[in-house]
Design a protein around this ligand. Structure first.
Ligand SMILES: [Zn+2]
Length: 220
């Protein structure tokens, strides 16, 4: 085959293969995922109880959706329910929670084990009594989110990040990535997803929240 013809053949091959690899083209097909919000009310611990109403939730999910639009994924606020935790269900140790893991484990015990199939449960508290304002409870397929972080600031990007874990995304070292795992997150910059992450997230989105038996590693 003459060189020019061979080159042309290669170009055609690229043209044929490229559309299937183009994530942006795939992302035009927007996937809408159903989120069930549970506002935890801690009997006897009002400082922990979620305070958000409909307007705050809508604002929050608008910001989360602005971040996830790059993946063609939209989170739909499908239901909102208040969960009243009786004293017997949840107890703060008298010395308080010493580590994030202790708090996360205590809340995990009051969250039902089987979320509705194909839905994304997000449990809200007002403010974590430990550092951090979001954690993915991988054994339950559930996000736990604090309306305010420990400095009293709203951080919608944290919810976007935890939902990333629910779509099977692990931490990455790039500080501009939504799944950056470092402590020095800049919420304005830490929002990007790369094509591989987008493909992984969209594949998981078809199945439901990523779940596995708990390991010794915390997913926060
Ligand atoms: Zn994380």
């Amino acid at each position: 085959m003459p060189v020019a013809l061979r080159y042309l053949a290669r170009v055609w091959l690229l043209v044929l293969v490229f559309p299937t690899l183009d994530v942006r083209a795939a992302a035009e097909d927007v996937m809408t995922l159903q989120v069930d919000v549970f506002l935890l009310e801690f009997w006897g611990y009002p400082h922990l109880s979620a305070e958000y109403g409909e307007r705050e939730l809508e604002e929050l999910f608008a910001e989360v959706n602005a971040i996830w639009a790059q993946a063609g994924i939209q989170w739909n606020l499908a239901s909102v329910e208040r969960v009243d935790l009786r004293e017997a269900d949840f107890e703060i140790p008298t010395r308080g929670f010493m580590r994030p893991r202790e708090f996360r484990n205590a809340v995990a015990t009051v969250i039902p084990e089987d979320p509705s199939a194909g839905r994304w449960p997000v449990y809200f508290v007002r403010q974590f009594p430990v550092p951090g304002s979001g954690v993915y409870l991988v054994e339950l397929g559930t996000v736990l989110y604090g309306e305010l972080n420990q400095h009293g600031v709203r951080r919608p990007v944290v919810l976007a990040h935890e939902l990333g874990h629910s779509l099977g995304l692990p931490h990455v070292p790039q500080p501009d990535n939504l799944m950056y795992g470092g402590r020095d997150r800049n919420p304005e910059l830490t929002q990007n997803l790369n094509p591989r992450q987008i493909n992984r997230a969209r594949a998981q989105a078809k199945i439901g929240p990523w779940q596995r038996a708990r390991s010794s590693r915390q997913v926060d």
